[in-house]
Design a protein around this ligand. Structure first.
Ligand code: PEP
Ligand code: MN
Length: 336
């Protein structure tokens, strides 16, 4: 960090010097024309930095190093999330697809059968839904998790579903292969810690108001509990632009992959919110280096119980699947 003081303020300089020495930090003092600049090296935590920010007379404290470590490439060069049964994310492009919500065993089975027929190995479906309105369909709950497990096993798929409450963690551990922590819960650190402790693969979504730094810090919470099986998912941020549901940041793919060893996927369904633009965004993500795309798919989007407007139908999915396959083979990568 760098501490900046007004040059003529000798008593503040003495105070800062005393605090730095008693904390065992290495530093030097550079006197400029108007300011005194103190570069400090050593193992500085966020609270050290905030403590110096609150010393009376200190003008500014600039942080140089990032506040996270375990998620970075300094800690590990690459992570591949092993979901079991030969399915992994991080070493081959993956399509994760399924309805927004599990609506019934029959409808999930119809969707899973279609997707498995295309070679998709990861089935997504929400059993507990965090709807903005308490009057909207809230999901089938525990029964939904059981349906997801039966249907995914029947079709040789692995499952992804969102946890919204710690009380259902045991059921998720029993029925689900990848626990999704949704956008609204990215800041729920108690939930992150417990899910982290469980050791299950986690699909962590970026909150609509989170900066990349906040997103990586949420992943750091999971890693700190010893869980390295994390998939980062960009799903768009809040925006004033009414043409889309969220502003998906496609640059987040190369940025996150540059900073972190964790696999990065995109969710264009929530990130764009309009089915007809989803193919283009999905295809672009391959070129940007994403490890996968998560898509909401329904055989009859206009009658889906949630997020029908952004769900692609079977024809649209087939088109995306075929185009992504072609792009991957042009790039010489593994097919999805
Ligand atoms: C979902 O994937 O169904 C979902 C609710 O996503 P998000 O948390 O990104 O809104
Ligand atoms: Mn949804």
């Amino acid at each position: 960090m760098i501490i900046v003081l007004k040059r003529d303020n000798k008593s503040v300089l003495e105070d800062v010097r005393r605090r730095l020495m008693s904390g065992g930090f290495q530093f030097s003092v550079l006197e400029g024309v108007k300011y005194t600049v103190i570069p400090v090296v050593g193992d500085l935590s966020a609270s050290d930095i905030n403590r110096f920010r609150s010393v009376p007379g200190v003008e500014k404290v600039l942080r140089i190093s990032s506040p996270y470590y375990l998620v970075t490439k300094e800690y590990k060069t690459k992570s591949v999330v092993d979901v079991g049964d030969g399915v992994s994310i991080g070493n081959q492009f993956q399509l994760i697809a399924g309805p927004c919500s599990v609506e019934s065993e029959e409808s999930l089975d119809r969707i899973a059968a279609f997707l498995a027929g295309k070679g998709v190995r990861l089935l997504r479906a929400g059993a507990y839904k965090m709807r903005s309105s308490p009057y909207s369909f809230q999901g089938l709950g525990e029964e939904g998790l059981r349906i997801i497990r039966e249907v995914s096993q029947r079709h040789g798929m692995r499952s992804v579903s969102e946890i919204i409450d710690l009380r259902s963690l045991d059921s998720f551990l029993e029925h689900i292969d990848i626990i999704q922590v949704g956008a609204r819960n990215m800041y729920n650190y108690a939930l992150l810690r417990e899910v982290g402790r469980s050791g299950k693969p986690v699909l962590l979504k970026r909150a609509p108001s989170a900066r990349i730094e906040d997103f990586l810090l949420a992943a750091e919470y999971l890693m700190l509990e010893g869980n390295e099986q994390i998939i980062l998912c960009e799903r768009g941020s809040l925006t004033f632009d009414e043409a889309v549901r969220s502003a998906i940041n496609m640059a987040a793919i190369p940025i996150l992959k540059d900073i972190s060893h964790l696999p990065v996927i995109i969710d264009p369904s929530h990130g764009v919110g309009i089915a007809r633009y989803i193919p283009a965004v999905s295809e672009a993500s391959v070129l940007l280096g994403a490890d996968g795309v998560m898509l909401e798919v329904h055989f009859d989007p206009s009658n889906a119980l949630s997020d029908g407007f952004q769900s692609v139908n079977f024809d649209q999915f087939s088109h995306i699947h075929e185009r992504i396959g072609k792009i991957l083979s042009c790039l010489g990568c593994t097919r999805c």
